[in-house]
Design a protein around this ligand. Structure first.
Ligand SMILES: *Cc1c(COP(=O)(O)O)cnc(C)c1O
Length: 242
């Protein structure tokens, strides 16, 4: 047995809960990846997670990717951008990130393409969709998805692999699940229009079981692996400031 309340124990327990959620949903646990979200935690903690065999980490601020990628350069980490990305920071992301899941507007796509071309890099991207009516959530409006996908087809620096969303922030499980269902239906609709989008990044510490029941292929987990964050989300996560 691993000692309780260590990173190793929390990671094992979380992976077990994800596997259970898959089985409850009649799905193979091998279909669902966990993306550990290391935002607000320092390089020592991330290094400890690397020691557990984790090599992809989600961050929601460009600054944190910049600060951590240098000291952790020996770890072979794939940094995944999951937070709102300002166009003027696209250059840093094009240089340092292995993947962007928060691609949500044409102007950002154009900027990323330009910088990725300069870097000679090709990365995987997910399109972030707004699946709730919360005024403060980022993401592309669902209606705009098909034209956006056509536009992205003109950017060989980005492989569009799927969709990402954040569910509405409420304790009402039916409403939360509705957001996840909406993302899956959008994916199916895009497939009917010739766009193959195998990946659905949806579900966090508090709602991953609902997301898995609706077809998530990747859950983004911070708190359940790393513990409570030292600062409120509003500090690191602009959309929750309203
Ligand atoms: C912080 C964050 C998560 C993880 O949240 P937890 O509730 O701590 O698991 C997932 N997705 C995004 C976009 C985030 O910013």
């Amino acid at each position: 047995m691993t000692a309780p309340d260590t990173l190793a124990a929390r990671w094992e327990q979380l992976r077990r809960r994800v596997d259970d959620a898959c089985r409850d949903a009649g799905r193979d646990p091998g279909e669902v990846t966990v993306l550990p979200v290391s935002k607000t935690f320092g390089v020592e903690v991330v290094r400890e997670a690397v020691g557990l065999g984790l090599h992809r980490f989600g961050e929601n601020k460009v600054q944190e990717i910049r600060d951590k990628s240098g000291p952790l350069a020996d770890c072979g980490i794939d940094w995944v951008m999951i937070g709102h990305l300002q166009t003027n920071k696209a250059g840093v992301v094009a240089r340092l990130a292995a993947e962007v899941q928060s691609l949500d507007r044409p102007k950002l796509a154009a900027a990323l393409h330009r910088h990725l071309s300069d870097e000679g890099r090709v990365i995987d991207v997910l399109v972030q969709i707004k699946t709730s009516d919360e005024p403060s959530k980022y993401g592309l409006e669902p209606d705009a998805l098909l034209p956006f996908l056509d536009e992205l087809g003109g950017y060989p620096t980005m492989r569009v692999r799927g969709l990402m969303t954040l569910a509405i922030n409420t304790t009402d499980q039916v409403t939360v699940r509705g957001c996840f269902r909406r993302l899956r239906e959008l994916r199916d609709d895009a497939a009917a229009h010739g766009h193959d989008l195998p990946r659905l990044s949806m579900g966090m510490s508090g709602d991953f079981a609902l997301a898995i029941a609706e077809g998530s292929t990747e859950v983004r987990i911070g708190t359940a692996i790393f513990g409570a964050r030292p600062y409120p989300d509003s500090y690191y996560w602009p959309e929750s400031t309203g």
